[in-house]
Ligand binder design. Structure first.
Ligand code: GLU
Ligand code: MG
Length: 412
């Protein structure tokens, strides 16, 4: 809209036909209950307005995130609203909320990028005009950028931002991804966050670091005297997440291509397991190297998510699953100090380590078989989500993994 009209749009935003919720990432729309009827108002969220005016060859990149509002409330299928509900449930039960920070891994392509040694100085300096713009843009977007790094895939990079409390954690992730894409475009690259650029390449994860914080903002995740340094409430929360991980994979790793990334030995995670500094676990506890910040900086990392999942959906699933652990006072799972794939099947069974699903179809079946997970979502949200996901599965039923990777690479 013209900038002059923005003020007049603050309260009722713009209309949006809700069938759009049933769009796949491609050109198709899944069966949905709405058809041509019903619209929600995409209403700008105060504090998310982002304006980056550092380019001469394009207008300022200026946008705001929106809530999908219906009759003055979040529409039942609005994922930002879904995450709000999760936060409210956690707060009501414990008085706590969650602070979170995503790690954004992505692949650059275009501009005839040559093969470059991964993790190298060459990898970061070769694209220095891009990283310079990106860093400026992320600072302008006020997302708490901490690092812009080369990753261990060929032309793979990673951006990490500081944690933000509550809804802002997901808002920050959504903004950061769009800013990365824009900075890449302006320099003639494309940034893709697809979980698996090709069947054999290194995957792009969207790991989430999180901690439980109280109303004053104090971190309640740490207790030096407890196993792994996890406070009682954090142990229960982690237990709830690990126990439900196979059932929430469809929400946090939600694409057929996600299952080429998830799996043992990919540093993504193949098992529902827990460990301190264990990068093959579902939840990795991350102690601070700074003794003065042990309690303040202690956090847990959820490793299975990828960026084909909405950050709101990821955090809602995380919070609901963790809360389940708190309500049922679940004990901390076995603390693994090696790759869960290195145990025998019998040892894993004894330790209570379950494998994650190996396809989106299997993940959806597990989710739908869980009364608990289904209970978190309004029926319409669950049914329309599953319809989109089943459509994606059908689209690639006869495709080669290479062709599927290519489409997701281009779409995400
Ligand atoms: N790229 C890996 C993934 O797909 C993660 C590598 C890392 O530990 O940063 O999750
Ligand atoms: Mg990484």
């Amino acid at each position: 809209m013209p900038l002059a009209a923005f003020e007049s749009r603050r309260d009722y935003g713009l209309g949006w036909a809700v069938a759009g919720q049933a769009l796949t990432p491609f050109e198709d729309i899944a069966d949905n209950p709405w058809g041509p009827m019903t619209e929600v108002r995409q209403t700008p969220v105060a504090g998310t307005e982002t304006r980056i005016a550092i380019w001469d060859d394009a207008p300022a990149f200026h946008f705001a995130l929106c809530d999908s509002m219906l009759d003055g409330k979040n529409w039942e299928c609005c994922l930002r609203g879904f995450f709000k509900k999760a936060l409210a449930a956690l707060e009501a039960e414990t008085g706590l909320t969650i602070a979170s920070a995503f790690e954004h891994e992505f692949l650059l392509s275009g501009n005839d990028l040559p093969w470059i040694v991964p993790f190298s100085v060459e990898q970061i300096r070769y694209v220095a005009p891009f990283t310079a713009d990106l860093t400026r843009a992320l600072i302008a977007a006020d997302v708490g950028v901490e690092t812009v790094e080369p990753e261990y895939g060929v032309t793979q990079y990673e951006v990490s931002c500081a944690p933000a409390v509550g809804l802002a954690g997901a808002d920050r992730a959504a903004i950061t991804r769009e800013v990365i894409r824009e900075a890449a475009r302006r320099r003639g690259f494309r940034a893709s966050f697809t979980p698996k650029p090709t069947p054999t390449s290194v995957g792009n994860g969207a790991h989430v670091h999180f901690s439980l914080v109280d109303r004053k903002g104090a971190n309640r995740t740490y207790d030096a005297a407890q196993p792994g340094g996890l406070s009682k409430v954090a142990q229960q929360f982690a237990a709830g997440v690990v126990a439900h991980m196979p059932e929430i994979c469809a929400l946090v790793a939600p694409s057929p291509v996600s299952y080429l990334r998830l799996g043992p030995h990919h540093w993504s995670c193949g098992y529902a397991a827990f460990g301190v500094q264990n990068r093959e676990a579902t939840i990795r506890a991350c102690p601070s190297p700074n003794p003065k910040k042990r309690a303040e900086a202690f956090n847990l990392e959820l490793r299975p998510p990828d960026a084909t999942a909405s950050p709101y959906m990821v955090l809602a699933a995380l919070v609901f699953a963790g809360l389940e652990g708190i309500k049922r006072e679940m004990p901390l799972p076995a603390m693994l100090d090696r790759d869960p794939a290195d145990y025998s099947e019998a040892e894993r069974r004894k330790l209570g380590i379950r494998a994650l699903p190996s396809s989106l179809g299997e993940a959806l079946d597990l989710m739908l078989a869980s009364k608990i997970v289904c209970g978190w979502m309004p029926d319409t949200l669950r049914e329309s989500y599953v319809a989109v996901k089943r459509k994606e599965i059908a689209m690639f039923a006869g495709a080669t993994p290479e062709a599927m990777c290519k489409r997701y690479h281009d779409a995400y």
